[in-house]
Design a protein around this ligand. Structure first.
Ligand code: ATP
Length: 690
């Protein structure tokens, strides 16, 4: 039974509606019920008159399943033959209607309008969507720029602070960040150039190089984009198209009478722009129904922008209706109180974080004092002494299964993709049925990511960050002697061997395959596969280790989150689910296990060499590559930017943590380590506030 608040959202007759509410309060539920109500009340309406935008492929599946169920029930219950026929038709059409991610929605608009030829954006009739064009543009720009510098005998300032491959890496991240956040690169260049005239000496030289490279990359990317668009382009182009081409706007308006957006807190600047172009308040404008929770905005790295969400909120406040829901239907009273108390305290201790705790109401009013300790338990590892988290968790689940629980009740939620494999292997070793969601991609397996880390070390053995990262890998397993072997036997031959030969050498020197083959045969198979892929990659191309490492990085990064379909993921099987917190958004599980709570955001993420200021453009902080790395060269604006930047990163971590905790229906199992440093900003230390 819907609550009064929920009914208000389902039945509101306003044209623009925002439902703003915390986790588990039924936002997706009211969105689905509203669709059903509209179909029931308007005989002429079909679900194909609606566009439903979700955030991930997983969320699309989830919503489709709910709609299918409601349509089916209505079809079954109705006695009116016309209605029966209509609902049967709707059910059959459900898979063909526009229920999709924003990327697919934009693609459908571009496909309908294209091919197009504007001076700053165009695309071929048969364009494909891939990440490859960014890499190609980057390759060409770097190659050309370095050549040109050499030809003119000009010194490259960045060589003082980082080797070629690292510079490329840093630059690629910068370019991706600017584009995914919808920052106009023309503006970024203009602002940086304006500051450049105020800078002097080395700072000016560094900035000048960044500007030169950015201009080149943009130029090449523009040329390549005719045939291949990347996911960021889809949103950018769709926005530009709708801003300039009134016919395209009219076409979308006539195609849809209703637009629904789930998880609107993860909207980006472009997405907001697209929605506002379509739902512009004119009589032909489709109605808009959006649901969101600012506490669950966790896709900043892909361009999610809370200020865009807040703008839409203001706009809907003026032209429509804002509704809220307060009862959490997902979790037990103890869990609801736990979440309320914990986030209130974390925010109290860290007022600088952009996170507004809003207490949730439990579905049943408690009569006795609520004991939040019943909502969770702890598992403490001691990784240093070999009491590892994957093993402890696997044994915990085994005991629970012996006590009568079923595997399908458990979900292990991870902060990072690469953390999953060890747990999967530990569960498999105990023959516990388990399914990995969305991590079935080769390049994100731990052994491949570890190979990338080792290659970074081989390329820059004096870099302490790389050395630390290398120690943690499956190659080294914190054995400094192993690292020494690599330094002595692999580092000196980097120039003389192909990447495939170097991998072979690395495997031999570290004995990695022999050490892993019994416990992790799949990891060994993957390492062999990587070597074969590498061999094929170098055939016909004289590829150097630096380029190879860049390529590997791109493979890992571009498969990072769900850009591509992940519909092959198993549904409704009685198995323990292993999934990232990001992918679990919108989903729910009886018992949630949260491992690796002691892991903090890495220093490389917390202090990136280049960041962007909306007033002064690109700002940087570099440590000299040779010599004393503690003496940094910072551009004028970097120091004032970095603290708010880090606060924002930690705010996002807090939101990720909120999403994780609110997935649970009955219980949460926290998994931390006895050696978690007291001062580290991590989930484990936040939990001490309980
Ligand atoms: N009125 C209700 N009565 C019983 N159960 C409900 C009611 N409303 C929602 N639920 C259930 O509560 C759970 C959470 O609902 P839903 O997933 O729609 O919440 P949400 O606000 O979208 O959550 P999140 O923000 O975490 O994605 C679901 O299992 C849903 O079926």
């Amino acid at each position: 039974m819907l609550t009064t608040e929920q009914q208000a959202a389902v039945n509101s007759t306003q044209k623009f509606i925002l439902v703003k509410a915390g986790a588990g309060t039924g936002k997706t539920e009211v969105l689905s019920q509203r669709i059903l109500r509209l179909l029931q009340e308007h005989n002429e309406l079909s679900i194909s008159d609606m566009a439903v935008i979700t955030f991930t492929n997983k969320a699309t599946e989830n919503l489709l399943a709910r709609l299918k169920l409601y349509l089916y029930h209505h079809w079954k219950e109705t006695t009116n033959p016309d209605t029966k026929m209509r609902f049967r038709y709707e059910l059959e059409n459900l898979n063909a209607v526009q229920i999709s991610t924003i990327h697919k929605f934009c693609k459908s608009i571009l496909d309908q309008a294209g091919p197009l030829h504007y001076p700053d954006f165009n695309y071929a009739p048969n364009y494909s969507v891939t990440e490859a064009s960014t890499r190609q543009a980057m390759d060409r720009a770097f190659e050309e720029w370095y050549l040109e510098k050499n030809k003119r005998n000009e010194k490259i300032q960045h060589e003082n602070v980082m080797p070629y491959h690292r510079f490329r890496n840093v630059f690629e991240k910068l370019y991706h960040m600017l584009r995914s956040q919808g920052i106009s690169i023309t503006d970024a260049l203009k602002k940086t150039k304006a500051e450049l005239s105020l800078d002097t000496g080395a700072i000016r030289a560094y900035k000048k190089e960044l500007v030169e490279l950015l201009e080149l990359v943009v130029d090449y990317h523009q040329q390549l984009r005719y045939q291949t668009l990347d996911p960021d382009n889809l949103l950018e182009y769709c926005y530009k198209l709708l801003s300039r081409d009134a016919d395209s706007v009219s076409h979308v308006k006539s195609a849809y009478k209703y637009i629904f957006v789930d998880e609107f807190q993860d909207t980006s600047l472009y997405q907001t722009g697209i929605i506002k172009k379509i739902c512009d308040g004119t009589p032909e404008s489709p109605s808009l129904f959006v649901v969101g929770d600012s506490k669950q905005s966790i896709y900043q790295f892909r361009g999610a922008d809370l200020s865009s969400y807040q703008q839409v909120e203001k706009w809907i406040k003026r032209s429509g209706e804002i509704l809220s829901l307060s009862t959490n239907f997902r979790s037990t009273t103890e869990l609801v109180y736990l979440v309320n108390t914990l986030f209130e305290r974390i925010k109290g201790a860290n007022p600088q974080y952009s996170f507004q705790p809003e207490p949730l109401k439990p579905k049943e009013v408690p009569t006795l004092p609520v004991n939040t300790a019943e909502a969770y338990e702890w598992i403490m590892s001691n990784e240093k002494e070999g009491r590892t988290q994957p093993e402890l968790v696997a044994h915990y689940i085994q005991e629970q299964l012996e006590a009568g629980k079923s595997p399908g009740e458990f979900a292990i939620l991870f902060r990072k993709n690469y953390q999953m494999m060890d747990f999967f292997n530990a569960l498999s070793a105990l023959k516990i049925p388990c399914q990995l969601i969305g991590a079935g991609n080769f390049y994100n397996q731990r052994e491949i990511v570890d190979t990338y880390k080792i290659l970074n070390y081989i390329l820059s053995p004096t870099n302490t960050v790389y050395a630390e990262e290398a120690l943690e890998t499956i190659y080294i397993q914190n054995d400094k002697e192993q690292l020494k072997l690599i330094t002595e036997h692999v580092v000196p031959i980097t120039q003389k061997r192909t990447p495939a030969q170097l991998l072979d050498r690395l495997y031999q020197v570290t004995n990695v395959r022999e050490r892993l083959v019994t416990d992790l045969p799949k990891a060994v198979a993957n390492l062999n596969k990587l070597k074969e892929l590498t061999r094929q990659l170098s055939i016909g191309e004289n590829i150097q280790l630096q380029e190879y490492t860049n390529w590997l990085h791109l493979m890992i990064a571009s498969h990072k989150e769900e850009q591509e379909s992940d519909t092959a993921d198993g549904e409704n099987v009685d198995a323990v689910t292993l999934i990232t917190i990001h992918k679990a958004k919108g989903l729910e599980y009886p018992i949630v296990i949260l491992p690796r709570l002691e892991e903090a955001v890495s220093q490389t993420v917390l202090a990136p060499p280049i960041i962007y200021s909306h007033t002064t453009g690109l700002e940087f902080s570099y440590a000299p590559y040779f010599g004393d790395r503690s003496v940094r060269i910072n551009s004028n604006g970097y120091n004032t930017l970095i603290q708010p930047y880090q606060d924002e990163l930690h705010s996002e971590e807090l939101r990720v943590f909120y999403v994780a905790l609110t997935r649970a229906e009955k219980k949460i199992v926290f998994v931390g380590d006895e050696h978690c440093p007291k001062k580290s900003i991590c989930f484990q230390n936040w939990l001490k506030l309980l």
